[in-house]
Write a protein that binds this ligand. Structure first.
Ligand code: PEP
Ligand code: MN
Length: 345
């Protein structure tokens, strides 16, 4: 039996909320409906829900000491479809790089290797029209024996590349322990495919006080619906921390299928499906679904034809020597050709 859609009450608690505030909210909501229940995220936020929340209960919750904001999502609404504050859903990485206004291209190596590699890549992708630089310093690797990134040293190189090219930088945060360092230095925090289900990380990245934009990639075994649920954790984090903007971009990057000729099967249909369901910008990573540089081109075209707001593409000055994913990293000439074709410049 499918459950009826329920109203959701989101109550944000300030850091100074008195002991037991969360329990008091639950006690107010719980008697209203037998199916009401609630969930806490750290000490700062409670959601409680019931079939149809009476307005007076919502008012009572809002009046409790320590409650900083309340929002009600009516049956079927979610934060990704009904962001409750006035903040725009466009995502600004820097004043010259806004996702949700035309085609935004983020480009750079799979992983940061040396200072000269990332600086050269940054200068050349900027010249070709990219608006942001990508580069992993903490790399999720399937095998524990693969290169896992340069860590903090790589971040220094990435920062230098930003200074030299003027491009904002996008890099992946793998675990909460890296969040402070990454949020201090990068302009957009990427949550990778393998972490899409890591709800604690999703919430904490959304709740970071700096409010850095977030790029959330679809898990390669996840449905569109699961991606939207993951997005919800980031957005709850935003609300909990008092941010007015969702600052969240979703990314389709290919799913596992039975097709053996490519590492992942790109799902361009995810773009219009997400577009129907949510207000967030959507970009596509054509690189990780491509087994060769040339295959990146048709996948990028398919993404843009499906209505994507942009691309995130892996590029390397000398792909055969790349420490990671060299088979699909575009060389500089091919990247310039892609920019010419895609009109991102
Ligand atoms: C990446 O973009 O660096 C990456 C690891 O991609 P994904 O999480 O999609 O595998
Ligand atoms: Mn890669």
């Amino acid at each position: 039996m499918t459950q009826p859609e329920r109203d959701i009450l989101i109550a944000c608690l300030g850091d100074d909320a008195p002991e037991g505030s969360a329990d008091r909210i639950v006690a107010l909501v719980a008697p209203t409906k037998p199916d009401a229940s609630s969930r806490r995220f750290g000490t700062r936020l409670v959601t409680a829900w019931g079939s149809a929340l009476p307005p007076e209960v919502v008012d009572q919750v809002a009046a409790l000491p320590g409650v900083t904001r309340t929002f009600v999502l009516r049956a079927g609404q979610r934060l990704h479809s009904a962001w409750p504050t006035d903040g725009s859903t466009e995502v600004e990485l820097s004043p010259g790089a806004v996702c949700g206004q035309g085609v935004l291209v983020i480009a750079g190596p799979c992983s940061v290797e040396t200072e000269s590699q990332v600086v050269e890549t940054a200068e050349r992708v900027a010249a070709a029209g990219a608006k942001a630089l990508r580069g992993g310093v903490f790399k999720p690797r399937t095998s524990p024996y693969s290169f896992a990134g340069l860590g903090a040293r790589g971040l220094e190189y990435l920062v230098r590349a930003r200074e030299r090219s003027g491009l904002p930088v996008v890099s992946e945060v793998l675990e909460p322990a890296q969040l402070e360092l990454m949020a201090e230095h990068v302009d957009m925090l990427q949550i990778g495919s393998r972490n899409m289900h890591n709800s604690a990380l999703l919430f904490q990245v959304g709740a970071h006080p700096r409010g850095r934009p977030v790029l959330l990639k679809r898990g390669f075994g996840a449905t569109v619906e699961e991606l939207l649920d993951a997005a919800e954790y980031v957005l709850l984090g935003r609300l909990a921390a008092g941010h007015d903007r969702p600052g969240l971009v979703l990314c389709e990057r290919g799913v596992r299928s039975f097709e053996p000729t490519a590492p992942y099967t790109l799902d361009p249909a995810a773009v219009p499906t997400l577009r129907e369901r949510c207000q967030l910008p959507i970009i596509v990573d054509p690189s990780h679904a491509a087994r060769s540089q040339e295959l990146v081109f048709p996948l990028a075209r398919a993404a843009l034809a499906a209505g994507a707001d942009g691309l995130i593409v892996e590029v390397h000055p000398d792909p055969p020597t790349a420490w990671c994913d060299g088979h699909h990293c575009l060389d500089m000439d091919r990247f310039a050709r892609l920019m010419g074709e895609c009109g991102g410049a």
